[in-house]
Design a protein around this ligand. Structure first.
Ligand SMILES: [Ca+2]
Length: 140
């Protein structure tokens, strides 16, 4: 695998974000819905970001399953994140998918488990499918 792996980098960003959020919660501070505390939530990621130039691999793929902020509210160029509060256990399973096809197959299970609707799932995955289709040198 190369260093530009969207699954791996996005997972690392999620862990950093989640730990920072947990720390703030422990300090009795409200969990910010759109936190820039850690800089790991990547809410400004766009499907048109290039891999290296715009840090395209540092996406909110995992963070968006947990956070309750829909960055689409900031503009149509951002993902329509209508999913929130997916259990960590499920997100962790997704992190072990290893490649994009396995990730998508696992994510689909979330519909049956009631974590989100099919429509929310389809909207969630659309920007990443677009990103993948427009990047020939990607490592998933
Ligand atoms: Ca979000």
């Amino acid at each position: 695998m190369g260093c530009n792996n969207i699954l791996r980098e996005s997972w690392a960003e999620y862990v950093g974000w989640e730990l920072t959020e947990a720390y703030y919660a422990k300090q009795n501070r409200a969990r910010p819905s759109y936190s820039t505390i850690s800089g790991c939530n990547n809410q400004l990621w766009k499907k048109t970001d290039k891999r290296e130039k715009d840090n395209g691999t540092y996406s909110p793929l995992f963070t968006d399953l947990s956070d309750n902020y829909n960055q689409r509210d900031d503009g149509v160029e951002y993902p329509n994140d209508m999913i929130s509060d997916v259990p960590y256990s499920f997100i962790h399973e997704l992190s072990r998918a290893g490649n994009w096809d396995n990730f998508k197959e696992e994510l689909q299970r979330g519909v049956g488990l009631g974590y989100f609707t099919q429509a929310q799932h389809d909207e969630f995955i659309a920007d990443y499918d677009y990103w993948r289709a427009h990047h020939t040198l990607h490592w998933w």
